[in-house]
Design a binder for this molecule. Structure first.
Ligand SMILES: [Zn+2]
Length: 235
């Protein structure tokens, strides 16, 4: 399945702040060159929006592969992650060390193909403390949302101007055609299925989300929140 990344322009909110760009997630290893190239072309065309942050939904390898390259090319950027994801992205902890709540995860976890291949220096990281997610808002443009379950510190990011929730692997859209087909991510890759279900129910109850944008999605433009509500009712 494809793995999306998202680039957001964050306009300045006052005369004392300046505009910048945020990248959400950093792609599969097969995307590193094309992501780096597309990013540099875009930033050259929009010098008023320099890249300042990479927000990580979680540390699985297909969301983090370009980080070493990006930190080399843009040494000033900071990687924003949840406190509960910090051990996996900075300290080298493996997701297979987690106790999952499904037999499938427990059975397959040593074979996980999703382990992060990157280990960041702590100087390159900004940590969002547990409980502080919804208080963390970037210039009225992006709000942090806790959506743990898929991994212990999975985050989503709400693009406030469009009411779009970029939700990483909290959900996936398996539809090949236009009609969305939302589902939970595979149990083999999900540490806590019960937390993921609660997360989906919480997303479905939000009044500030009109669309969700899963990382694994064959379509473009997002999935209406009504589809999340339909799924939540079936869980
Ligand atoms: Zn994942």
């Amino acid at each position: 399945m494809p793995v999306s990344v998202f680039l957001i322009h964050v306009p300045a909110t006052s005369s004392t702040s300046s505009s910048y760009s945020v990248l959400i997630d950093a792609g599969h290893r097969s995307h590193v060159k094309s992501l780096s190239s597309a990013l540099s072309t875009h930033l050259r065309l929009h010098p008023e929006f320099p890249l300042k942050y990479v927000f990580l939904t979680h540390g699985h390898h297909e969301h983090t592969a370009a980080l070493p390259t990006l930190l080399c090319e843009y040494p000033e950027i900071k990687v924003v992650i949840a406190r509960d994801e910090y051990p996996f992205v900075v300290e080298g902890k493996k997701y297979c060390e987690c106790n999952g709540d499904s037999h499938i995860f427990q059975f397959f976890k040593r074979l996980l193909l999703t382990e992060s291949k990157v280990k960041l220096e702590k100087e390159n990281v900004i940590v969002i403390e547990s409980g502080e997610e919804e208080n963390t808002i970037f210039e009225n443009a992006v709000k942090v949302v806790r959506t743990n379950g898929h991994t212990p510190g999975s985050l989503s990011f709400l693009h406030i101007p469009s009411n779009s929730l970029i939700c990483g692997d909290a959900l996936r859209n398996m539809a090949l055609l236009r009609s969305p087909s939302l589902s939970l991510h595979g149990k083999a890759f999900t540490v806590s299925v019960s937390d993921t279900r609660n997360t989906v129910k919480q997303i479905s109850e939000r009044q500030d989300v009109d669309y969700i944008m899963p990382a694994h999605d064959h379509t473009f433009g997002g999935v209406p929140i009504e589809k999340v509500r339909e799924l939540a009712n079936r869980l």
